[in-house]
Design a protein around this ligand. Structure first.
Ligand code: ADE
Length: 283
């Protein structure tokens, strides 16, 4: 008997749009709810459903109609809503620029680390806003993404026949503007593989909240570092994402089945113990 019942939160990024019409197309959505919490309103309603006999809760990162900018996304409310809904895991999708020649448009990457270049976002739950998060928490960021969940996403993507890279450094910029050529080259010189606008602070808030978080990144463009005509434009990002979105959906659906078949008690207990021990004010 498992101590923790698996429930998977799905954060639908750019191009995955409204969770009701996308991921769950042929699956059941049982309820939809507004999930205001101590950190405010999440970007969208939560859609509770079931995929491959696993309970899931979906939300749209940028809200219905993609109206919320990367800076304005209430990342804390989103993660807290999924935690309060009983999620043990989060699978997130993100459109990215490729910072490496060999990561081609339409390719998937399962990131394993990040460079955080955001400047205007709430970066912790532990700032006195909620009595549920008392004190100060210094969370280690290695591993930044849950390795076991990331491994499942990678193996599934490979089995489905997609070009997919295991591991990669994802740089999150503040946006909403894209990087200058000088910035893009700087991110490359730092070893970045991908650039996006949303994985931070989402990934580390999920860890602070004790949730096993992994992401599938889809390369939609070469940002602007390459000496070619092909410079990033939002319309092209959406087109390339739409052309390849099936890869993310299929990877998620198959991964959710595998996640549901496993016992995660050890991973969940270890992460929750880490959260407790990293709260320097709790002892
Ligand atoms: N999302 C998709 N492409 C991007 C890029 N080049 N920079 C930042 N975010 C992105």
């Amino acid at each position: 008997m498992n101590k923790h019942k698996v429930k998977v939160g799905i954060i639908c990024g750019t191009g995955l749009g409204d969770p009701q019409n996308q991921i769950v197309k042929c699956q059941t959505v049982t309820t939809q709810e507004e999930a205001k919490n101590d950190f405010g309103l999440p970007s969208s309603d939560l859609y509770h459903g079931n995929i491959n006999n696993v309970d899931v809760v979906m939300l749209s990162r940028h809200g219905p109609g993609h109206k919320t900018s990367p800076t304005a996304v209430n990342y804390r409310a989103n993660i807290e809503a999924l935690r309060l809904a009983g999620c043990t895991h989060i699978l997130a999708s993100t459109a990215c620029g490729s910072l490496q020649e060999y990561i081609v448009k339409g390719q998937l990457v399962i990131p394993d680390s990040f460079l955080d270049r955001t400047i205007k976002r709430s970066t912790t739950f532990y700032d006195g806003v909620s009595s549920k998060y008392p004190g100060v928490c210094h969370m280690p960021m290695e591993p930044a993404f849950d390795p076991s969940t990331s491994e499942i996403l990678f193996e599934v993507g490979k089995e489905l026949g997609y070009t997919i890279q295991k591991g990669g450094i994802i740089v999150t910029i503040e946006g909403p503007r894209f990087s200058s050529k000088a910035e893009s080259n700087l991110l490359r010189s730092w070893g970045g593989h991908l650039v996006n606008m949303t994985i931070c602070p989402e990934v580390y808030l999920a860890k602070e909240a004790g949730l096993l978080y992994a992401a599938v990144a889809l390369a939609t463009d070469y940002d602007c570092w390459k000496d070619c005509k092909d410079k990033v434009h939002p319309a092209d990002v959406v087109i390339v994402f739409k052309q390849n979105v099936v890869k993310i959906k299929e990877t998620f659906v198959k991964a959710i089945k595998i996640i549901g078949e496993r016992n995660w008690d050890k991973e969940i207990d270890e992460l929750q113990e880490l959260c407790r021990s990293c709260n320097v004010s709790s002892s």
